[in-house]
Design a protein. Structure first.
Lengths: 199, 199
């Protein structure tokens, strides 16, 4: 048997294994995805799934719970699709930027009202709640209330929630959870946040 | 002092700390980002950064080194921007799908030629090499050669490389590296890959 034939045989066995696993995954429904951890990629992965969803002609909604002081590339880009996408930037910055806890709580509450309306509306196929976890960790929005709204949402609706420190209750409820772990970050080496990467 | 005043004072101290860190990060240049690990979000994060880059009016290039047997949402979506984005799907599927090692090596080599041309071309501000790591791990493309091309690229050019098992040589060269760690995945619970999320 040649090396190519051995490779082929090994890959045929692997394909049979993978095919069996795929055949066992038969459930079709909206999934709840949570991206957490301290590493890069939580929000950008959410925006990548948003692009996929738009590619399938889905009706989409985004609520950004934290707005940086910069104007971001994703906002500039996704604002181009007002028919397929409702894009809401509700936050006013990180809490050390605003320095006003009462206002932050009020802002988070308003953002949650917009998000809750999307979760109750079967017209939305895909909903991205960017940096919601930050507001949950600070207790500005009640995690139990969020979990109830997620459980009661339309069965085909996908939801992606991002931000550091996802609460256990949300992790338990979610279907897919990824921890983005920092191996290293350009910022640590003195490199500014770059357009197209962070901004 | 009221609770609100204490909050304000704490956040002022935090802001001073964050501002000092930001002030120290003064370098402006193209960064090399690597998304690796077994968790979800490596490719979708790359496509999110692509959206950001398009939002800034950047000229962008994508080479997908592995093409699934399904037509993906990201391809359908990003093909809408032929002027700003060169989108190449070069791979033919995972190696257990093709079962033909010689053909896989030839395909990977062709994909690398397209990628290398982008890395040598200062017109590209942002280049996404999706699932390149798979071809490096299998030895289908030489990692040292890839690292040389990355080092020699135009200084303002951002590059994002995704895929499991990023080789150490690439991790050492990169500016920002994230390990996407699986906490859990819907597939493990019998849920099919879903449009807008995986597809």
């Amino acid at each position: 048997m040649t090396a190519d034939e051995r490779h082929r045989e090994r890959m045929q066995r692997k394909k049979a294994l993978v095919d069996r696993k795929i055949a066992r995954a038969t459930i079709e429904r909206g999934v709840l995805v949570v991206n957490t951890g301290n590493g890069k990629g939580k929000s950008s992965s959410g925006f990548g799934m948003l692009a996929r969803s738009l590619g399938h002609g889905f009706q989409c909604g985004v609520v950004q719970f934290i707005k940086g002081s910069f104007s971001t590339g994703e906002e500039a880009f996704f604002r181009r699709f007002p028919d397929e996408l409702d894009y809401h930037v509700m936050g006013e910055g990180y809490t050390w930027e605003t320095q006003d806890k009462s206002r932050d709580i009020a802002t988070a509450g308003k953002a949650w009202q917009v998000a809750a309306a999307m979760l109750a509306d079967a017209r939305y196929d895909f909903v991205l709640l960017d940096e919601l976890n930050i507001a949950l960790v600070k207790g500005y929005i009640d995690t139990a209330q969020v979990c109830e709204a997620l459980k009661a949402r339309p069965p085909q609706q996908h939801v992606v929630i991002t931000g550091r420190g996802a609460p256990d209750m949300l992790v338990n409820l979610a279907d897919t959870v990824t921890e983005m772990r920092v191996v290293k970050h350009a910022f640590q080496a003195g490199i500014k946040a770059q357009k197209g990467i962070e901004l």
